[in-house]
Design a protein. Structure first.
Length: 257
């Protein structure tokens, strides 16, 4: 029995599954076949662009994204991926311009707000980055990555109370990320809340038992509290995992002096 002829939508779906399975050359063939079949093929052109983006063939990706926009200038997925492509090419201003086009069309497209923020962060414009991380969170209040980067940016600007608030907002959403507990612990330690720092570093280590930075900071927090035995124990645990870690060796030496 002959296999039924595939239509445009089926070819497009199969191409997407090929991408998900890492079969990029197969995906290209499927999308090319789909494009021949459908005049208004902006989705397949976008998907073909995304495939070349994954292959890091950026000029080809741009070529197909632009063809997609010729068919549908308002297709936000294409606009967003053009932003991603220019970001990978380190043309951050052009990347921002495409992300801005996305959010002008759909202000709830939180990934574009987030990528605008990341672009400004990469440009060293931290206040602008904060502005757009907030926009990303407004568009999606459960967007933990935006809250995490917001906290990190506040921390870099030494706005520690705001950093704490951002990290704590993540913990209301999810409690499975060791880095969030570590970063909150780090800020608490800087602001002399040693008990809070100890609690959060312990939670980080519970999730990742080889989290060396959390173990070092735990040792330092105990040392600051005058609990030398606990401090020594944590520095020694760190050296069991990485015997060459200089900071742990130096801290142990301090405790002996």
């Amino acid at each position: 029995m002959a296999e039924p002829e595939k239509d445009y939508e089926m070819l497009n779906i199969e191409g997407v599954y090929a991408i998900l399975n890492g079969e990029l050359e197969k995906a290209i063939k499927l999308f090319e076949e789909a494009i021949k079949m459908e005049e208004n093929c902006f989705e397949s052109l976008c998907n073909l662009g995304k495939t070349y983006l994954l292959k890091e063939e950026y000029e080809k990706a741009i070529e197909f994204f632009e063809k997609s926009l010729e068919k549908n200038p308002q297709f936000v997925e294409t606009l967003h991926n053009l932003g991603v492509t220019y970001s990978r090419m380190k043309d951050l201003d052009k990347a921002i311009s495409y992300y801005q086009k996305v959010v002008e069309i759909n202000e709830k497209y939180f990934e574009s707000w987030y990528n605008i923020a990341n672009s400004y962060y990469e440009k060293g414009e931290l206040q602008e980055a904060i502005k757009y991380y907030k926009k990303a969170v407004e568009a999606n209040p459960n967007f933990a990555d935006a809250l995490f980067n917001l906290g990190n940016t506040y921390r870099e600007l030494q706005q520690y109370d705001l950093a704490k608030s951002a990290y704590r907002a993540i913990l209301k959403i999810r409690q499975d990320d060791a880095a969030v507990y570590y970063n909150l612990g780090y800020v608490l330690q800087i602001t002399d809340d040693l008990d809070g720092a100890i609690k959060n570093n312990l939670l980080a280590i519970r999730l990742d038992e080889k989290y060396l930075k959390a173990m070092i900071n735990l040792g330092i927090a105990y040392q600051s509290k005058g609990d030398i035995a606990e401090a020594k124990e944590w520095f020694e645990k760190t050296l069991k995992i990485d015997p060459e870690l200089e900071i742990a060796k130096n801290k142990l030496q301090e405790l002996k002096e």
